[in-house]
Design a protein around this ligand. Structure first.
Ligand code: F3S
Length: 75
C-alpha cells in the first residue's frame, strides 16, 4: 500500500500531452513553464509527468487554454 505522504510529495496528478494533437501553440508553457517545455521542433514536452501539488492549478489552466485539447491529466 502506498504511503500517502510520499505520493502527495511527488504529486498525485499526472499530466501528458498527446503529441498527435499538439500544434505548438505554447499557452501551456506560458501558463506553467515548470511543467511544459518545448522539444526541438517546438511542440510541448513534459518535464515530469507527476505534477507537484502547488502547480496543479496552473496545469488545469493549461488544459483549459490549449486550443488543440492536447493536454490530459489523470488523478
Ligand atoms: Fe501544444 Fe497545446 Fe501547449 S497545442 S504547445 S499542448 S498549448
Amino acid at each position: 500500500m502506498a504511503r500517502e505522504g510520499l505520493s502527495a510529495a511527488s504529486g498525485r496528478v499526472k499530466v501528458r500531452v498527446e503529441s498527435d494533437r499538439c500544434q505548438g501553440h505554447g499557452q501551456c508553457n506560458l501558463l506553467c513553464p515548470e511543467v511544459f517545455q518545448f522539444d526541438d521542433q517546438g511542440f510541448a514536452r513534459i518535464v515530469d509527468e507527476r505534477v507537484p501539488p502547488h502547480l496543479e492549478d496552473d496545469v488545469e489552466r493549461a488544459v483549459s487554454n490549449c486550443p488543440e485539447l492536447a493536454i490530459r491529466v489523470e488523478r
